[in-house]
Design a protein around this ligand. Structure first.
Ligand SMILES: Nc1ncnc2c1ncn2[C@@H]1O[C@H](COP(=O)(O)OP(=O)(O)OP(=O)(O)O)[C@@H](O)[C@H]1O
Length: 261
């Protein structure tokens, strides 16, 4: 059984079919990338998997169970965490505080326990702290842990955004354009983080990314989309050389799209 199964999913916005009968599955332990020109349907697919949108047809299963009956706030509890292209952190809070918020799904205490600050709550708090400190160490965020997000460089905020998602200890991590706005060196660092997230943390990764160098360096499999439809699924090289993919990118080359290398 695959960890994530997207089966014949369709979503329309008025007259636009943003995702058109798309199927793919992500195996436990792999890095799976969604690529394609602007407007291909990548973000919409991501928003479907994180339950921001309801498909008009098809099913999405996580660990064998349909997630379509789940509310968006229940998704993290299942073990799916995501980052956002536009970074969604609390600017007026520290790195540590932002990561602790990410632990919200693990809070199991009841109100009386919280008020009385029972040994159970103390133990839970310690556990949250430990999980967060692990992520801080893992992502080399130690120098920034007490710093406010608002004052941090963009590249560091991008890493904190990844840390916030990792702090919930997900089984599946959705990365929405992890390299967008980053320098070549910072993108190289992101490649190392993704590699380590997979090999050291054992977390499965589904990402949307335009930077084909990053995609080729970290992905086990890639799916290319255009106009809401799947063009090809395979290794980065297979997908980049696929005639339909080349055609789709040539069609947008005039719009300064990053052409597949
Ligand atoms: N909320 C929305 N309302 C109406 N149309 C939408 C909405 N979101 C996306 N679309 C349309 O659906 C199609 C797919 O868009 P989507 O954002 O999923 O593409 P994308 O591959 O993520 O593009 P990009 O690389 O630019 O982020 C596009 O035609 C887009 O205009």
């Amino acid at each position: 059984m695959s960890l994530l199964e997207v089966e014949n999913v369709t979503l329309k916005f008025g007259g636009v079919t943003a995702v058109n009968d798309v199927s793919f599955s992500v195996e436990e332990g792999e890095v799976f990338a969604l690529v394609g020109p602007n407007g291909a349907g990548k973000s919409t697919l991501f928003n479907l998997v994180s339950r921001f949108y309801d498909p008009v047809a098809g099913d999405i299963r996580f660990a064998g169970e349909s997630i379509l009956k789940k509310a968006p706030h229940e998704i993290a509890g299942l073990g799916i965490a995501r980052t956002f292209q536009n970074i969604e952190l609390f600017d007026q809070a520290t790195v540590l505080q932002n990561l602790l918020v990410g632990r919200h799904r693990h809070r199991r205490g009841n109100v009386f326990n919280e008020i009385l600050f029972t040994p159970f709550v103390r133990k839970e708090e310690r556990r949250h702290r430990e999980a967060v400190e692990k992520v801080i160490d893992f992502l080399d965020l130690q120098p920034y842990r007490e710093k406010y997000i608002a004052g941090l460089p963009y590249g560091v905020r991008k890493v904190v955004e990844m840390g916030r998602a990792l702090a919930i200890e997900p089984r599946l991590l959705l990365l929405d354009e992890p390299a967008s706005g980053l320098s070549v060196e910072e993108t190289q660092d992101v490649a190392f983080w993704i590699e380590d997230i997979k090999t050291q943390m054992g977390i499965t990764v589904l990402m949307v990314e335009h930077d084909m160098h990053l995609v080729a360096s970290v992905s086990d499999r890639v799916m290319a989309l255009a106009d809401g439809k799947t063009l090809a699924i395979g290794s980065a090289q297979e997908v980049q050389n696929h005639p339909k993919v080349i055609e789709a990118y040539i069609g947008v080359a005039d719009e300064n799209e990053r052409v597949v290398a």
